[in-house]
Design a protein around this ligand. Structure first.
Ligand code: ASP
Ligand code: MG
Length: 435
């Protein structure tokens, strides 16, 4: 079996849904099609939740009405038989009546509202397959995808539930399901966090030991640099799981970082493809050797650098432990870290508990904080040809102030912290100098 996941822009309008259908039908293997919400829908649902929280119910209704209108238009354009068009319209009507019925924000209402995007896209897709006479089965992710008490995917339960569903329906070749949504340990509707549809696809692929996990988006695979800021980038045909994990985590928007892990653990290739240019090879992420030298560059914004300076650190042990415990207490992940004998600098991207963290760190030393920083990540294999790579990277950036450098944490990554104002310039200089 293969898993085919399509992102929000791939199901954005009638024309694109037809493209997705052609891609799905071109696969002879049995498949599970995982869909995101139509692009923009989850953002709108997040807005609706905010308005309900601020008791601006009327404004929430205006947003919901507007969204409903866009779906009616999509349905009118997509379907040609009256029967299926009416079926789709009546489904939309029911869903939007439900959305309008939530009058306040509760944690459960919020999650139910957020889940509707994927529920709508998959239902419309399935009705469209029926109109075309293609046999398919819509299976609800809520029946097999779940997270446990610490919000981690429950892989054992996914495996047994999904395998059961598939074997009960072994005459079906095309299954359709939602990305992103799941149930939690209380059995309530929940989700895998924003952008989580890729993660759903990878978890599903791992659970059924798929031949391949295909992630279809609107770009020709993973590029060697960020095409939003740099001209003349090119897509990379092949990369290792480790390289892809570094790039996805440090800013390559094409793939949700968590989605590498299930695929890598089960050694299932992940193919990144473009719905709008299906003939392009795209990028395959698999168990291969990493590129000798720099394979790609990516950058992640919104980084906060924290420096803790203390003479108590000099020749002492346990100092780092005391620092890390504070971050653990506030459930804040550290991305980069560099140390000197009397100071530690580290970065975080989640500012939620910044004030509390600083207060506690101040008990250990003098704390300075730099905001609006960016991590520039270089991925590749730096183990064999380590010679000269760091020199050429630093040389490219010789006119840009570098706040931190992290090298050697893994063989596949070198990270530099710079002011976000210098990011575009840095990415362009690296592009010129390294590729
Ligand atoms: N629809 C969800 C989001 O926009 C999940 C996804 O598309 O991956 O975050
Ligand atoms: Mg995405």
């Amino acid at each position: 079996m293969v898993v085919l996941k399509f992102g929000g822009t791939s199901v954005e309008n009638a024309e694109n849904i037809k493209k997705v259908t052609a891609i799905v039908n071109s696969h002879n293997d049995s498949k599970i099609v995982v869909l995101s919400a139509v692009s923009g829908t989850t953002n709108t649902l997040v807005e609706v939740n905010k308005l309900l929280a601020s008791t601006k119910k009327d404004n929430a209704i205006i947003l919901i009405d507007k969204l409903e209108l866009s779906y009616r238009q999509l349905v009118n354009e997509l379907f040609s038989s009256e029967k299926h068009q009416l079926k789709a319209l009546s489904f939309i009507k029911g869903k939007f009546e439900e959305l309008r019925s939530y009058t306040n924000k509760t944690p459960q209402n919020e999650k139910i509202i957020l889940a509707q995007g994927e529920i709508i896209s998959t239902n419309l897709f399935q009705i469209y397959q029926a109109e075309l006479g293609n046999t398919s089965l819509l299976i609800s992710a809520l029946d097999f995808m779940s997270i446990d008490t610490v919000e981690e995917a429950d892989i054992a339960s996914l495996k047994s539930k999904l395998t059961r569903i598939l074997s009960d329906n072994n005459h079906i070749k095309t299954f359709i399901t939602q990305g992103y949504i799941c149930t939690n340990h209380k059995g309530e509707i929940d989700n895998l966090k924003r952008g989580g549809s890729d993660y759903s696809a990878s978890l599903i692929g791992a659970a059924i030991d798929a031949k391949e996990i295909q992630i279809w988006t609107d770009i020709d695979g993973m590029h060697n640099n960020d095409p939003r800021y740099v001209d003349n980038t090119f897509s990379i045909e092949e990369m290792s799981f480790d390289e892809a994990a570094e790039l996805a985590y440090f800013g390559a928007k094409i793939l949700h970082p968590q989605s590498i892990i299930p695929a890598q653990k089960n050694n299932i290739p992940v193919l990144l493809k473009n719905t709008f240019n299906p003939n392009d090879k795209g990028t395959v992420i698999k168990n291969c050797s990493s590129s000798n030298g720099v394979r790609a560059v990516a950058a992640k914004d919104g980084i906060i650098a924290i420096k803790i300076k203390s003479y108590r650190m000099l020749m002492a042990y346990g100092f780092l432990k005391n620092i890390f415990e504070i971050f653990e207490k506030y459930q804040t992940a550290i991305d980069m870290i560099t140390t000197s004998e009397i100071a530690v600098s580290l970065t975080i991207d989640n500012p939620t508990y910044l004030t509390e963290i600083i207060e506690e760190l101040q008990l250990l030393g003098i704390v300075t904080v730099d905001k609006q920083m960016s991590i520039v990540c270089l991925a590749g294999d730096f183990s064999q040809s380590g010679k000269g790579i760091s020199a050429s990277v630093i040389n490219c950036l010789k006119d840009i102030p570098i706040r931190m450098i992290s090298y050697g944490g893994s063989n596949y990554n070198m990270s530099l912290l710079i002011d976000s104002d210098n990011k575009v310039n840095a990415l362009n200089l690296l592009n010129k100098g390294l590729f």
